[in-house]
Design a protein around this ligand. Structure first.
Ligand SMILES: [Zn+2]
Ligand SMILES: [Zn+2]
Ligand SMILES: [Zn+2]
Length: 341
C-alpha cells in the first residue's frame, strides 16, 4: 500500500483516513485514479463530481463513488451480500475491522488489474458474507462459488489468537483470510484446459478428492516434511489449498514491497555478513517484470522488519521461510498475472 497525499496541504494521507491529520480537510479515496480527493470538490469530464460511499455514515468506508453510478455504494462495498445488523454493537465493531481488511484487499486486486465483478450483477462475480456462527449452524470462513464467507468472530483478536495457537499457525490475520479466500475465487477464473497442466506441475492435481484430502491432513501426526515444498503446513493438504496459501503470500509480498517502495526504502548494511540484504531502492512490485527482483527486495525487507519487531518484543511480521520450490510457485503466479494484464 502506498502513502497518499492530502490534496489540500500535500501532507501524507493514509489509506483509512477520512480527514487530513494536518489540515483537517475531509478526504475520500478516489479508486478510479488511485488518489485522495476532497469529496464533492473533485470533478473530471468522465466522472463528474464524486460523493462518499453510503457506508461512510457507518464509519466503515472512505471511498468515493460517482453520482451517476447505479449503486450508492463504492466498488468495495457493493460486493457485500450479508453484513451484520448495526443494532448489534459487538458485531458492528467486528464488521468495521473486516471492512478495513476487505478494502485493502480490493485496493490490491485493482493494482493487479484483476477483474472485480459483483455477484449481484454477474453470475461469475464475487460476494462477501460476514456471518455469525450460531450454535445450530455449521458456518465456516471459506469460499464457495464466488462467495467469500468470513466469520465475525475472526475479528475478535483474542479468539483469533486462540485459534492460531490451536491450529499451530505462525500467522493468522483478517487480511490474510481475505487474501487466501479470494485466491480460491481467482483460481476458478484463471485456469482452464489450456493452462491447467502448467498449474498441476507445480501445485499438484486438484482433481484429488478435496474432502478426503482434508480428512487425511487433519489425521496426520505432526510432521515437518512439507517444509521444502510448501509455504505453510496447511498448503500441503490439497492442491487448492497450496494455491490459496501461496497466492496469499504473493499478495503479502507485493503489498509490503509497495509500501517500502512508496517510502523510498533502501537497505545498505555496511557489515559484510549482512551484505546479502543490500537493496539499492525497493522497486514498485506492480511495475516489475522479473519476480526475482521482487523476491530479493522482499527478503531484505522482511528480514529487516522482523528484526525491528524483535527489538520491540513483538512477533515477526513475516514468520515464514520461503523454500526454492515456493519461489517457483510465486514466480508462476506473477508471470500468469503479468500475461493477463
Ligand atoms: Zn491536509
Ligand atoms: Zn464503500
Ligand atoms: Zn482455503
Amino acid at each position: 500500500m502506498k502513502i497518499f497525499k492530502c490534496p489540500n496541504c500535500s501532507s501524507p494521507a493514509f489509506f483509512e483516513n477520512t480527514t487530513c491529520q494536518y489540515c483537517n480537510t475531509a478526504l475520500g479515496y478516489n479508486h478510479y485514479l488511485d488518489i485522495f480527493e476532497i469529496p464533492e470538490n473533485f470533478h473530471d469530464n468522465t466522472r463528474g463530481h464524486l460523493k462518499l460511499c453510503s457506508n461512510h455514515q457507518w464509519g466503515v468506508c472512505n471511498w468515493l463513488v460517482t453520482h451517476n453510478e447505479s449503486s450508492e455504494f463504492c466498488l468495495a462495498c457493493s460486493l457485500n451480500r450479508v453484513v451484520p445488523n448495526r443494532s448489534d454493537i459487538g458485531n458492528f465493531e467486528k464488521w468495521q475491522k473486516l471492512e478495513i481488511a476487505k478494502h485493502r484487499l480490493i485496493y490490491q486486486l485493482l493494482k493487479l488489474k484483476l477483474p472485480i465483478k459483483s455477484k449481484s450483477l454477474y453470475e461469475e462475480g464475487m460476494a462477501f458474507d460476514f456471518l455469525s456462527n450460531n450454535k445450530d449452524e455449521n458456518i465456516y470462513t471459506g469460499h464457495a462459488d464466488g462467495v467469500v464467507t468470513i466469520l465475525l468472530t475472526e475479528a475478535d483478536s483474542v479468539h483469533r489468537e486462540q485459534l492460531r495457537k490451536q491450529m499451530n499457525e505462525p500467522y493468522r490475520t483478517l487480511l490474510g483470510h481475505f487474501r487466501h479466500e479470494i485466491g480460491h475465487y481467482y483460481w476458478t477464473l484463471l485456469f482452464n484446459d489450456s493452462n491447467i497442466e502448467g498449474y498441476r506441475k507445480l501445485f499438484g492435481d486438484e482433481r484429488v478428492d478435496y474432502g478426503e484430502a482434508l480428512k487425511d491432513y487433519y489425521k496426520k501426526p505432526d510432521s515437518n516434511n512439507w517444509k521444502n515444498n510448501y509455504i505453510t503446513k496447511y498448503a500441503s493438504s490439497h492442491s487448492w489449498e497450496d494455491w490459496a496459501e501461496t497466492w496469499a503470500h504473493y499478495l503479502h509480498l507485493m503489498d509490503t514491497l509497495e509500501t517500502a517502495h512508496s517510502l523510498g526504502m533502501e537497505f545498505s548494511p555496511e557489515e559484510q555478513h549482512i551484505q546479502k540484504l543490500v537493496v539499492d531502492k525497493c522497486p514498485n512490485p506492480y511495475s516489475t517484470k522479473n519476480f526475482q527482483d521482487i523476491f530479493n527486495a522482499s527478503v531484505a525487507l522482511t528480514c529487516s522488519v522482523n528484526s525491528l519487531n524483535r527489538s520491540m518484543g513483538l512477533p515477526d511480521i513475516y514468520p515464514f521461510v520461503v523454500p526454492d520450490k515456493v519461489v517457483e510457485k510465486l514466480t508462476f503466479i506473477h508471470n500468469l498475472l503479468q500475461s493477463k494484464s
